[in-house]
Structure formats: C-alpha cells, structure tokens
Design a protein around this ligand. Structure first.
Ligand SMILES: [Zn+2]
Length: 119
C-alpha cells in the first residue's frame, strides 16, 4: 500500500510509473481476493496483461498462443451467457409478431419486433 501511495505522488504521467502503479494496485487487490469478490458479485474474470516486447520469437509465440486460447475459452463462455440471456429475454417478452421481409425462404416467417425472436 505504501508503494501505491508513493507512486500516486510521483506519477506525473510517467509511463513506467503508471505501469508500476497498476502492477502494485493489482498485487494489492489480489492479496485481498479481489477476483473472488468480483466473481461473487457477478463480474467476469479479468484478462491479465502480458508483455511480448523483448521476448524471443519462441517466447512471443507461446505467450500469444496462451492468450489466444484464453480468449477462445472466454469468447465461448460469453456466447453461452449471451444465449442464456437471450432465452430469458425472449421468455419474458410480450411478443408482437411482424412479417420478416428480409427472409427469402418459401415459408413465411415472423419475428418479434421487441426481442427479434423468430417463429
Ligand atoms: Zn418478443
């Protein structure tokens, strides 16, 4: 905490001090179970920063490969959450069906003008 307060006084838009301040703040919050508290209140996990500058090509590749798979898992998780939210939104909607003029299928199709659900 002392490091954070000291940096707050010295920061003056110095990029290295800003980065160091963020590092110390994250470390401080981590010691106080910030991720768990956020999770308990319904926040998603944060994606940690990593640095590729100054790394060998192999190290860069492995960092990027790891980051890529983290993002793939995160994207799949967000998609599941989005699908669940859509189902909940559609189940609570008082649908008003309108003809879907953009649908070129032979069968007529309708969509709800409020939630965009099809039927
Ligand atoms: Zn609807």
């Amino acid at each position: 905490m002392e490091q954070i307060v000291t940096l707050l006084h010295e920061i003056n838009s110095d990029p290295e001090k800003i980065i160091l301040l963020e590092h110390h703040i994250n470390e401080y919050l981590s010691q106080h179970n910030s991720d768990q508290h956020h999770h308990n209140l319904g926040y998603c996990n944060k994606i940690k920063r990593f640095r590729i500058a100054g790394k060998t090509p192999a190290e860069t590749f492995h960092h990027l490969e790891h980051y890529y798979w983290v993002l793939c898992r995160r994207t799949a998780s967000v998609k599941r959450m989005m699908d669940d939210a859509r189902k909940q939104m559609e189940s609570q909607c008082n649908h008003v069906w309108e003809r879907d003029w953009e649908d070129r299928d032979e069968r007529s199709r309708y969509v709800c003008k409020f939630c965009n659900k099809g039927r």
